[in-house]
Design a protein around this ligand. Sequence first.
Ligand code: UDP
Length: 319
Amino acid sequence: MRILITGAAGFLGSHLCDRLLGDGHEIIGMDNFITGNPDNIAHLAASDKFSFYKRDVSNYIFVPGKVDAILHFASPASPNPLSKSGYFNLPIQTMKAGALGTHNCLGIARANNARFLLASTSEIYGDPEVHPQAETYPGNVDPVGERAVYDEAKRFAESLTMAYHRFHGVNTSIVRIFNTYGPRMDMEDGRALPNLLKQALLGQPLTVYGNGSQTRSFCFVDDLIDGIVKLLYSNEHKPVNIGNPVEMSVLQFAEAINRITGNPGGITYMENARSARDPQRRRPDITRAQEILNWEPKVDLEEGIRRTIPFFKQKLGLA
Ligand code: UDP
């Protein structure tokens, strides 16, 4: 296939490029680098099966030649208010990437009779009132809350995707991505894994926000990419959760990182700057992914962190 990937220089986009090139496809990458990093795709420059366009997907985009599939991964994604690359500091771009960017990508999919895959998110469930979250749960999002720029953009993107499927018959799919970690994460985006692993490798105390009782379920990137590719190759149109169902508190997560890295720095509790908007519990119900895609994660937290450490050490100049 000839596949367009938006957000190709991002954490997930760049891993998708690698995986799909490895599967023998031709890849057209697109990114405007507001949060993506050219380093993530530098190794692909020599490949004659990889081409790249620096574009903002919120504007009209044109791709010469036939396209067989489009994966729309372009969006800021970090909820950290202190991070320059987080969506609090890029609110309009975030809404445009989710709304206008999705519209542009669906237009390309329709014109090419191509498979379309939308990168959606567990954030469409907001601060969930049901646990774990199955795809049937419609979510709990405040449309004017501070996280809404991301959550509502993705919710709109899902609605638009289903409209193109139902009204225009486009071959669409939607993956709802839960917390994911691994090499090529933005070290400065302020999320739990980059913050805590960086602190641990530098021998510092880990910053746990609030009392650390809020939970997440962390998936290693290779598992996530495997699930996304299985969804791409399937004929499924309804949303599918892809994530690791092993749930833990943020405190347990921090303790695990200290144990795995041998960090003597301990834990420091900090006021949660995101308290009013920090979802309290999050765990994917992956029954649909298991049944439809025959997918489930294989990499446990310990192995995933061990496989992430070399990238962080290299970036920190510790390798
Ligand atoms: N968190 C933390 N310390 C940090 C960064 C994050 O305790 O240095 C917490 C944060 O409050 C949240 C969880 O870790 O409850 C996951 O945050 P992340 O930014 O990774 O993503 P989210 O799941 O909130 O989108």
